[in-house]
Design a protein around this ligand. Structure first.
Ligand code: 5AD
Ligand code: FES
Length: 349
């Protein structure tokens, strides 16, 4: 059998939106050669669906307490040096109010798995935001919870949920997580969220410790099959207080290439150019948009807590006010010929 030609595989992906895992692996291996063409195809298909619009999400980091111990994460519970904080209900609602005033129509409540945020508390917060801003979407990014809990939060008004699958390879998953966490529970959560009617986001880190091209190929196959509404990918960035402190960071180059491939796999997907991408490369977010991303997520958290939500080292935007980040991104996105839009930014199917 002759080896498939990578150029042909890329064109096939663009027209059929599906490849065998081995073929994804071939594409990943041929990235330096194929990246320009992948970018061109990805931008063309995104333009058809979303024009030049880039959606903006206001990120509110509600808590740095976490009962989990993911090996890569700076706020893992065993990091005794992490400074912990949680925002009060009032502070969260104030962040949303300020965000609304700045033109945000989606709020992402993200935090560690903090037992303080019970279903009751979150129901009040979600309902409070929805009551005041009925034209806004509320996205949650609060980790693994029970189906019952996801149901209550959905009933309270939450529209979307972000839960990265982290890796689609169960053995790799175990290398990145403590014993008490499991790949099967992660998948259970994603299934439950989908069944409960959330718009669901999965995703993974690029260049995470022990990751191979074969693992990434599995991630792409998973995305092809799961068809998430949103997909968050960003480079792994080491945190100095974790066991992975000496592992190298993922690259902006591979992250952007994968953004292009994901756009081709699932054209309507909402794909952020992440803060981690902007951290490994000062022009990372612009490069991400130019590779096929269509979402940015500036930070709305109070500046007083920004530095404390430290998942990885050298995170950008920890000193800027919400309005500054919003203005900065507006300029950055405008400078490359796109426009930030004040809309909920639901997926176009
Ligand atoms: N580098 C990059 N991304 C990280 N995340 C957690 N720790 C790191 C790190 N060191 C990502 C995970 C998680 C999301 C909230 O942040 O993928 O799902
Ligand atoms: Fe925060 Fe540029 S987006 S300072």
């Amino acid at each position: 059998m002759t080896r498939p030609d990578p150029d042909e595989l890329l064109e096939k992906l663009a027209s059929e939106h599906s490849l065998a895992p081995k073929d994804y692996e071939t594409l990943i291996g041929a990235r330096s050669r194929l990246a320009p063409r992948a970018r061109e195809l990805a931008v063309a298909v995104r333009k058809e669906i979303y024009g030049n619009d880039v959606y903006v999400r206001g990120l509110i980091e509600i808590s740095s307490f976490c009962r989990n111990d993911c090996l890569y994460c700076g706020i893992r519970r065993s990091n005794a040096a992490a400074v912990r904080y949680r925002l009060s209900e009032k502070e969260i609602l104030e962040c949303a109010d300020e965000g609304y005033w700045l033109g945000f129509r989606t709020f992402v409540l993200q935090g560690g798995e903090d037992a303080f945020f019970t279903d009751e508390t979150l129901e009040r917060i979600i309902a409070g935001i929805k009551e005041k801003h009925p034209d806004c979407a509320v996205t949650l990014s609060l980790g693994e919870r029970s189906r019952e809990s996801y149901k209550r939060l959905r009933d309270a008004g939450a529209d979307r949920y972000l839960l990265r699958h982290e890796t689609a390879d169960p053995a790799h998953y175990e290398l990145l997580h403590p014993k008490e966490m499991s790949f099967s529970n992660r998948m259970r959560c994603l299934r439950d969220l989908r069944e409960l009617g959330y718009q669901v986001g999965c995703g993974f880190m690029v260049g995470s410790p022990f990751q191979t091209n074969g693992h990434i190929a599995k991630d792409l196959k998973f995305i092809e099959e799961f068809k998430p509404d949103m997909c968050g990918i960003g480079p792994f960035v080491p945190h100095h207080c974790t066991v992975f402190k000496d592992h190298p960071a993922g690259t902006a180059e591979l992250t952007c290439y994968l953004l292009s491939l994901i756009r081709l796999i699932h054209p309507p997907v909402l794909l952020p150019a992440t803060t981690a991408l902007g951290t490994v490369d000062p022009a990372g977010r612009e490069k991400g948009i130019l590779a096929g991303a269509n979402v940015v997520m500036p930070n709305l958290s109070p500046v007083s807590v920004r530095k404390k939500y430290e998942l990885y080292d050298n995170k950008i935007c920890t000193g800027e006010e919400a309005a500054e980040c919003r203005g900065c991104l507006e300029r950055r996105i405008g400078s490359i010929g796109y426009r930030l839009v004040a809309a909920r930014g639901d997926i176009k199917k």
